[in-house]
Design a binder for this molecule. Sequence first.
Ligand code: DAH
Length: 337
Amino acid sequence: MLASLAKAFDQAAVREIEVEYLGRSGKFNDIMKSLKDLSDEEKRTVGKLANVSKIELEAAVQNKYSMLESAAFDVIADTEWMDVTVPGKKPELGHRHLISKFIDDLEVIFGRMGFSVAEGPDVETEHYNFDQLNMPSDHPSRDMQDTFWIKNLNRMVLRTQTSPVQIRHMESHEPPIRIIGMGKTFRKDNDATHSPMFHQIEGLMVDTDVSIANLKAVLTHFLQQVFEDSSIKTRFRTSYFPFVEPGMEVDCTCPICHGEGKLSDGVPCTLCKQCGWLEIGGAGMVHPKVLENVGYDSNKYTGFAFGFGIDRMAMIKYRINHLRLLFENDLRFITQF
Ligand code: DAH
């Protein structure tokens, strides 16, 4: 039995041997049964011997079982091991885009001045994007904005400006009004400083006594807040936008050289090209025609409006020198903010 046990190579073979020798009708029991034919003296000696051998044999069987079991574990350990010290693979996490965060900041700054956020669609009708803003189709001002018209959709455009948000809001609300509208705008422009998709912030305040003084105060405070510099000064130059009268360009002193045109060590300022001023956007007093278009009494109400480029302001604030960086979505850039 011990010889066959030694040759057994799996648990089933051991079990077979166990049954053959130690089972109920196994060889060992045959021996025990044959004891009855022996003398008492012989019974005692053989019986004792048989008991001792049985215990030994049972131990040998158990021993073989555990040997086979640990051999099986050795195989698993050899074939299924893993190195728990290997560094794990971290899933790459995304990061909020600078422009999304900046838009939140603008909302907070205007929120503190009592402005709430209004919305409008990215795909606009010609009516809201142009007509209601005093830009009829034969008007040359439309050429200032090279428009993406939507194919097969009658007179629909990708909005060229956020100004239609003003109209939509005034149509569904009565003064007093204090809103900003922010989001994507689109024009057929694509060069180092223009992208076909860019972001604008539009602002509108309408009430019974709104004046240019309010416009100047709100925009000056806004620019000081956004660039986190209370020494920033503003300048308003006469300009033309069909939906305001008078219309103006809004400039502010360069936050890098503080209006000096050069840095403290005399190095010329490249951001403002040494002029000390940066052009930020357009503004003006809402044209009476626009107020009438939405059913307001232009003798009773006045208002101001403005439109600034969000991407440009973010570039100035965070010293970003290439517009493309904002749209390439390279995490090495995005995670810096
Ligand atoms: N919508 C103008 C543009 O995209 C910017 C603008 C200028 C908006 C003057 C205004 C404004 O509300 O009063 O060029």
